[in-house]
Ligand binder design. Structure first.
Ligand SMILES: C[S@@+](CC[C@H](N)C(=O)[O-])C[C@H]1O[C@@H](n2cnc3c(N)ncnc32)[C@H](O)[C@@H]1O
Length: 462
């Protein structure tokens, strides 16, 4: 494991609160790939299992071939089918007739078959041994798991043990593996961020969480790619995010505690930050203070704003003011190569103004956001392009407050917004100019966040 990490310029160091952390031995620039790693096991979720190959997880609509024996798994070609057969399917194929596995059981069976082989051939110089060694040292948090979890793990472990013969692995080991899955596994997502699979990635599991991460996780089929979104200097820790960082502090805290068993002390959540810093102000802006009535008010005023007849009236709205303030100050930081410090300074100034003037409004609530996004896509469906650009700009301004500037959500949204401007002919040449500006920003972000060859990036680059 250490060798693999050091080949990638990384080190694993002990950490008092987090057990271990990954730090970089060299400066990493924005957009650079930090590490590419393979899963021990990954497979598509049920809704995708007929359009994504069970072995390589690449998409191939309509052309996948099923295993003629069990007719439960689909492959893109003979080579993937053969790899899967050798890896685990030979043992699992006859079992599919008997039972319908849930995801955890499926993962457990596949992983355990491989680990048993690893134990049996321990001396072989297999170049994937580091994956097993890493997996076996991942955190289980077993003593902190809920009683319900442990009961369910025991049941799955019993089923698995009855169906497969293991010599080197005990039932108790299986429960440990399930605990590892619970707080280490990843959901694989496509370039639009839709989840298509689940995977055990031992190397990816070494990265700790931050609510203001400097790295993101992307996928290409079954391959995991961790990319840098903020300059990371020698000796600094690399952090990804385990949850959606747009969530408010209370929800983040609850989710991290329930699923990963830790109290987050990242740069955004630390006590020091909480009382003074910019992220604390952001968290206060998005934290919900009022109840349902204001939500209804919000929806009505948003709809009125978007459909107001006169532009003057529109510009007077708090939605317009906030959007203009944020975009006029922050959008240029996306396109130009400003430093992270310059960006944070600008963000800090904006947040202070927003905090002073809008901290008692519900403009930044996540719950308001689902309505705003729905309205945005409704306008697109209705081809009301001008209104879609107004809403799209507002959404973009909120994204720039809650997400790091080079985040896939921002890139994807810019891409959609750029297309709305392109279709909006009411403003003539102005719309075309704005479309180009927005699409250039989208190109910059997507080239950083997405992998080469990703569909959106290709379209935009062309
Ligand atoms: C996927 S593992 C990350 C690697 C782990 N530190 C290790 O050494 O194996 C997730 C676990 O790491 C710890 N962890 C991750 N991020 C943390 C953070 N920001 N603060 C405290 N603990 C964290 C928690 O115990 C969590 O359940």
């Amino acid at each position: 494991m250490e060798t693999f990490l050091s080949q990638n310029g990384l080190s694993l160091v002990e950490n008092e609160n987090k057990f271990r952390s990954i730090i970089t031995n060299k400066k990493i620039d924005i957009g650079k790939t930090i590490i590419i790693s393979h899963p021990l096991i990954s497979f598509p979720i049920l809704t995708y299992n007929k359009i994504r190959c069970d072995q390589c997880l690449k998409k191939k609509e309509n052309n996948l071939q099923t295993c003629s024996k069990c007719q439960r798994v689909y492959y893109c070609d003979r080579s993937c089918q053969k790899s899967s057969w050798i890896s685990h399917h030979k043992l699992l194929c006859p079992l599919y007739k008997k039972s319908k596995n849930n995801m955890d059981e499926e993962m457990l069976k596949r992983v355990t078959i491989l680990i048993e082989k690893f134990f049996n051939n321990n001396n072989n110089n297999n170049n994937e041994n580091y994956l097993f060694e890493t997996f076996l040292k991942l955190m289980t948090h077993r003593t902190e798991q809920s009683i319900n979890n442990l009961k369910s793990f025991e049941k799955i472990s019993n089923n698995t043990y009855e169906n497969l013969n293991f010599n080197k692995i005990s039932k108790d080991d299986l429960i440990n593996y399930l605990c590892v899955f619970y707080c280490n596994n990843f959901n694989l997502h496509d370039n639009q961020l839709f989840v298509y699979g689940e995977g055990t990635f031992p190397i990816g599991s070494l990265f700790n969480h931050s609510c203001r991460p400097n790295a993101i996780v992307m996928y290409d089929g079954a391959v995991q790619i961790i990319k840098c979104i903020e300059v990371i200097n020698v000796g600094e820790e690399i952090n990804i995010s385990y949850i959606d960082v747009a969530l408010d502090r209370v929800t983040r805290k609850k989710m991290l505690q329930e699923k990963y068993f830790f109290e987050c002390q990242c740069s955004r959540c630390s006590v020091q930050e909480r009382y003074s810093g910019i992220f604390s102000k952001i968290d206060q802006l998005i934290e919900e203070k009022d109840q349902v009535i204001t939500k209804k008010d919000f929806n009505t005023s948003l709809e009125n704003w978007v459909s107001s007849e006169s532009k003057l009236e529109q510009n007077e709205s708090k939605f317009s003011k906030v959007t203009k303030l944020i975009l006029s100050n922050l959008l240029s930081h996306i396109k130009n190569n400003t430093t992270d410090n310059d960006y944070i300074n600008s963000l800090s100034e904006i947040i202070s103004i927003l905090f002073q003037n809008y901290s008692k409004t519900n403009l930044f609530y996540i719950s308001s956001f689902s309505f705003t996004t729905k309205l945005f896509y409704d306008k697109i469906d209705l081809q009301q392009w001008y209104q879609s650009t107004i809403l799209g700009n507002y959404i973009l301004s909120i994204y720039l407050i809650i997400y790091p500037r080079y985040h896939p959500m921002i890139g994807l949204h810019l891409f959609t917004l750029g297309k709305c401007y392109w279709n909006d002919i009411t403003n003539g040449l102005e719309s075309v100019k704005e479309s180009i500006n927005i699409l250039e920003c989208a190109q910059k972000v997507l080239n950083i966040t997405h992998n080469e060859g990703a569909e959106n990036v290709d379209i935009i680059n062309q």
